[in-house]
Design a protein around this ligand. Structure first.
Ligand SMILES: [Zn+2]
Length: 185
């Protein structure tokens, strides 16, 4: 799944604050957006879907984050809680995407996301066959609706920007994969 899909899922989760504490809805959305992207920062330098992806281990921090946010509600604590929640959900939902490797649409890789506690890779379920697949674009479009419709200028603009980046990425995803494979040889 694309980082932007995870970010949009996070923003969708953060909409709960619109009803509970609307004054904290924007920090919650921004925290969720950043937390949805954060795990994928491991893509360039270290082991992708392993170093910053923790399908089990983020959850205790999510619990602590939300306990603190409930006790001391503020833009920082609420933003941090949704950052952690979004990173946790990202790490779990990556298992529903495709495998690693430069051509994940060929189903030649069985690494979905790394489960650190179990010490092994969780196999990809391929509900979304690979990051940048047409169904990934559909997912990011659907999960962008709350960001586009329920928030003000800032979140709406960021959501629109992510949606635009996603559309371009879907168009170039396969050529990039082929180029990556050529450079590996
Ligand atoms: Zn990821």
């Amino acid at each position: 799944m694309m980082s932007t899909t995870h970010a949009a899922i996070g923003v969708t989760l953060a909409t709960s604050t619109l009803w509970v504490s609307p004054e904290l809805a924007v920090p919650a959305a921004l925290g969720a957006l950043a937390g949805g992207i954060f795990p994928d920062l491991d893509v360039a330098v270290v082991a992708h879907r392993k170093t910053l992806h923790y399908p089990e281990l983020y959850w205790p921090f999510v619990a602590v984050g939300f306990a603190v946010a409930l006790l001391v509600p503020s833009p920082v604590t609420v933003g941090a809680a949704f950052f952690l929640l979004s990173a946790a959900v990202h790490s779990v939902t990556d298992a529903f995407g495709g495998g690693l490797g430069s051509r994940p649409w060929e189903n030649d890789d069985q690494r979905g996301v790394y489960a650190h506690r179990r010490g092994r890779w969780i196999a990809p379920r391929r509900w979304i066959r690979y990051d940048g697949a047409p169904e990934d674009l559909l997912a990011v479009a659907v999960f962008s609706l709350p960001g586009l419709l329920l928030y003000g200028e800032l979140v709406r603009r960021l959501t629109l920007a992510m949606l635009s980046v996603s559309a371009v990425y879907v168009l170039v995803r396969k050529p990039i994969g082929r180029l990556g494979e050529r450079l590996d040889v």
